[in-house]
Design a protein around this ligand. Sequence first.
Ligand code: FAD
Length: 471
Amino acid sequence: MPLSAAETITQLTGIIGADFVIGEPQRMTSYLNEPRKRFHTGAAAIALPGSVAEVQAILRWANANGVGIIPQGGNTGLVGGQVPLRGDEVILSTARLDRIRAIDPAAGTMTAESGVILANAHTAAENAGVILPLWLASQGSARIGGVLSTNAGGVNVLAYGNARDLTMGVEAVLADGRLYQGLNSLKKDNTGYDLKNLLVGAEGTLGIITAATLKIFPQPEDYETAMVSIANLDAALELFQYLRARARRRLSAYEIIPRLGLDMQLRQGMLDRDPTPGPSPWYALIEVARLTKGASGTLMAAIEGAFSEGILENAVFAESLSDRTRMWAAREQMSEVQSKEGASIKHDVSVPIAEIPRLISEGIAAVERLVPGIRPVPFGHMGDGNIHFNFSQPVGADPKAFMAGAEPIHNAIYDIVLKLGGSVSAEHGIGQLKVDLLRQVKDPVALEMMRSIKTALDPNGILNPGKVLGF
Ligand SMILES: Cc1cc2nc3c(=O)[nH]c(=O)nc-3n(C[C@H](O)[C@H](O)[C@H](O)COP(=O)(O)OP(=O)(O)OC[C@H]3O[C@@H](n4cnc5c(N)ncnc54)[C@H](O)[C@@H]3O)c2cc1C
């Protein structure tokens, strides 16, 4: 017999105390409302354990009683992985597991609990004279456990890799309450299967991450940042390859931004002035980290070289912190401005970098055939082959009617992505949004392997039920 919501609340209260169990619907809203505003199911309760032992006790109880547990960090996920699907699940918030356990600049490691907010981990690193180079627009809310569980990317993947690349070890509670103590910081460890990499990116379906040992790096002396005008995406690709060959690993960001997205931000009053060197259909926001004193000028010299070879049209360099902040705001506000401009249809996709110009030109042509007047706003991490291929509704269109026509648009984009050898989820994951899509596009043998792993580690299906694999 499944437990009623009242029984669930009473029994959870017995485990972690009444102060840390939320059962009233009105107090649950901040845990249930997710950024995409697409999923609206209630939950039986919210549990806020304050220690790893309490997480273990909750999972032992849930496993014995068949209660679905949804791990939740900052609730910034964009595919509905952190919110309920059925309505009888318990959301387990990691908010109280928020200690930095250790930081060792000499060893280049930081061990943080899963509920540490990413921005707080940045501050702790900076206070120790180092950086944790995982930068996302959601870093003020996203928590370490959520960032690892979605294998988040962000704007620095080019130089430092994604969350998986930055994780040395994890500690996690398994479905039956056992603790996997994998917090090692070894560069070399060939003792069998890579369990850390199984838990990172599992979106809470295989275990609840309670802490992680992360890589930290020396703080750059400074950054050189520029906004560059580019006539077309072939030139953007050529410029990326040119800069990469010169700045190598110091090239830490190469983001593309369409003019349309900047015009939207200026119209909506989100930028105090235009951060670009002048009108152009495309821009690249480029950043190079200066690692040692007196080594500036790398980006300027490379851009001058590219200019003299006719690869780029114009460039403006950040001359102050406020210039740099404005340039980055122009990039980071791209998603937000679209919600101010009405409804938008979004795709987080990746293709081999050389295919980005084709992805964008074929994608825009296919979608404009479907919806004349649609406003394409593709932007993002060109240096990683990852584009947020978004479309805003035509000016004056009815948002509901526009969203009702989303499926053919998704199909058109995903067909092109798959034809070009790409992925239908580059950095946001599967959650509940892309469960059907995953079934359609993933290699059947890979799906079988994933199902076997899920069944072996969570035989009663209590961990984030229905997400990723659909059970
Ligand atoms: C404005 C904005 C900008 C963003 N920019 C980026 C970006 O540049 N790059 C990028 O990759 N993503 C980005 N995202 C998506 C999102 O911020 C990331 O996916 C982030 O990593 C999620 O962290 P979170 O703590 O909010 O996780 P949540 O949303 O709480 O959870 C996400 C998933 O992880 C699981 N989970 C959470 N904690 C744990 C845990 N301790 N153990 C096991 N499973 C857990 C949840 O069940 C869920 O499936 C952005 C989102 C927003 C709103």
